[in-house]
Design a protein around this ligand. Structure first.
Ligand code: ZN
Ligand code: ZN
Length: 426
């Protein structure tokens, strides 16, 4: 049996461009908000669409004369820093920007099901800052998931200390729904899971009590939220270029943070398991979309810069069709849009960055496989047009030999003419 996929609509690469403008952005979006990144995640088995708002690294500071004198000066300094730090500021206080983002989340037009707060939501845990964030998230009618960043529970003079763990972490437990190590929401066909990795590693109880005993047995697709990005080579080199230190989690070259068995377990589970559909994190203050292992990883830039990410989780636009080895694909079925490979086949053997492509052979991206595609391939070979995206490349390389050449063009014509039953028969 060969698993194939039938796209019921246009291929994914085109769906993205069609769907994205439909993500509703309130016409009255506050000018604190400078950038709304938009991400679509497709999950099999969903019957409805969900909307989420990812806000990270807001570093909110509320200046209060009630703060102890040492932290009062620090509060003023950081409050001003985030308001004036070019080019990453929007010119407003970070706490105001976070409130504006919450107004977006609460606007019924934006239909947000849950706000994902992946740490550094406050800059340090004075009572004033803790009260600000706790009131904001707990008094909102919109659900939220909140994990620590390295900032939420530390002061610069009390950083990653035993005292910090016992004194400051509990201050935010109420904003985290009663558990400051992990949490999740079950949306029926998928889970959104949040886990604290603010110290660049994972605690044993997070694996034993939570992931292994609670999440894995549910055997559902997972969207994973945390603060520190999971290591991949691009992020590691980015971190080294900016901080002179690899600040990713589970970096093989890092000796700064413990790389314990729990960290390894979570890293492997999240980056090799097909159930984990995406990881959303922060900490780096940049927008990033890539892969760690086979899992898409998204970093959203700092909240104080006015950036947030609106995520739409929707039913997959492809339905799986399985047919037998000898089943003949006729020109008619090809035209009807049935000549596809699975969106995930390309992930089976190698961990390489490939966008999800439904349509194998659809070089020109019009959603159907026709002689027009073999013409497009000949143009690519003749360099009249460029195969300048991974999507075009993988759609065109139908015999999967890593090259786009006359063999691919010929194969498409043979399949369309019914001379051979499928691309697998080459
Ligand atoms: Zn941060
Ligand atoms: Zn951070």
């Amino acid at each position: 049996m060969i698993k194939k996929i039938v796209c019921t609509a246009l291929p994914l690469v085109f769906l993205f461009s069609l769907i994205l403008p439909a993500v509703s952005v309130s016409a009255e979006t506050d000018d604190h908000i400078r950038d709304i990144e938009e991400t679509v995640i497709e999950i099999d088995g969903l019957t409805e669409k969900y909307d989420f708002l990812h806000i990270t690294d807001s570093h909110a500071v509320v200046v209060s004369s009630n703060s102890s004198s040492s932290y009062y000066a620090h509060s003023v300094s950081r409050y001003n820093q985030f308001m004036s730090q070019e080019p990453t500021t929007n010119g407003y206080p970070a706490s105001e920007t976070l409130e504006a983002m919450y107004a977006y989340a609460e606007d019924p037009a934006n239909d947000i099901d849950c706000v994902w707060l992946t740490g550094d939501n406050i800059d340090f845990p004075t009572t004033t800052n803790v009260n600000f964030i706790t009131n904001l998230v707990n008094n909102s009618p919109v659900d939220h998931l909140y994990c620590f960043g390295n900032h939420d529970w530390t002061f610069p003079d009390d950083y990653f200390t035993a005292n910090g763990r016992s004194t400051y972490r509990p201050r935010l437990t109420s904003a985290m729904g009663g558990n400051n190590l992990y949490g999740y929401r079950d949306y029926g066909a998928f889970l959104v899971v949040i886990i604290d990795n603010s110290e660049n590693y994972i605690y044993y109880s997070q694996v034993a009590d939570f992931i292994r005993n609670t999440i894995v047995p549910k055997n559902k697709p997972v969207i994973l939220l945390c603060h520190v990005p999971f290591y991949n080579s691009y992020l590691a080199s980015y971190a080294r270029s900016v901080w002179n230190s690899d600040e990713t989690m589970a970096s093989p070259s890092n000796t700064k943070y413990p790389y314990n068995a729990s960290t390894k377990y979570i890293y492997e589970w999240a980056t090799t398991n097909t159930n984990v559909k995406a990881i959303f994190c922060g900490h780096f203050h940049i927008n990033y979309e890539g892969y760690t292992g086979r899992t898409p990883i998204y970093i959203t830039a700092s909240g104080y810069s006015g950036t947030m990410r609106h995520i739409v989780v929707k039913p997959t636009s492809c339905t799986v069709h399985t047919w037998d080895e000898g089943e003949v694909i006729t020109p008619a079925t090809a035209r009807a849009g049935s000549l596809f490979r699975t969106c995930t086949t390309c992930f089976d053997e190698e961990y390489i960055d490939i966008p999800p492509i439904c349509t194998f052979g659809d070089s020109d991206g019009d959603g159907i496989v026709t002689t027009g595609d073999s013409h497009t391939i000949r143009q690519i070979i003749g360099r009249a047009i460029a195969a300048d995206t991974d999507a075009v490349f993988y759609a065109s390389d139908v015999n999967e030999d890593g090259k786009i050449n006359a063999k691919d063009s010929l194969l498409i014509r043979k399949v369309i003419a019914g001379v051979i039953p499928s691309f697998d028969a080459n």
